[in-house]
Design a binder for this molecule. Structure first.
Ligand code: FES
Length: 131
């Protein structure tokens, strides 16, 4: 196994495929501070969760119908519970905060928006910048 292969982290990636489309799984690589996602495996518009070695919480990845991506850490900004996806809303099971697909607070007690990661789409590859 070479260094690149050693750095490669294969992660099961559940995809919520739009309207009731169920889940799909595919591999994600992590190289340095970048998660690498093959866009071909992503639905036209939808939500996926990926995991990184750097974070204990999932990262929610949103693809809009325009093809743009956004990614947020699934850690509630109130007291740090793991968010759960309810439709296109990220909801906190601890005290009820809700966050929109753009990471903004929809309902408290959280007052701070979610941590957003910069994303870069390069041809068929999406980079999620973890730092
Ligand atoms: S930890 Fe999420 S609302 Fe309190």
């Amino acid at each position: 196994m070479n260094r690149r292969e050693a750095l490669e982290l294969l992660i099961t990636l559940p995809i919520l495929a739009g309207c009731g489309g169920g889940y799909r799984s595919f591999a994600v690589k992590e190289e340095g501070d970048i998660l690498i996602v093959d866009i071909a495996n992503f639905p036209n518009a939808g939500i996926a969760t990926v995991r990184s070695k750097r974070h204990a919480f999932p990262i929610y990845v949103f693809r809009e119908s325009s093809g743009t991506f956004s990614a947020f850490l699934g850690e509630c900004t109130h007291k740090g519970c793991e968010l759960q996806l309810e439709g296109s809303v990220m909801a906190c099971p601890c005290h009820g905060s809700e966050f929109a697909a753009n990471g903004r607070v929809l309902a408290g007690p959280a007052t701070k928006n979610l941590l957003q990661f910069r994303t870069t789409a390069l041809k068929d590859i999406l980079h999620i910048h973890l730092s």
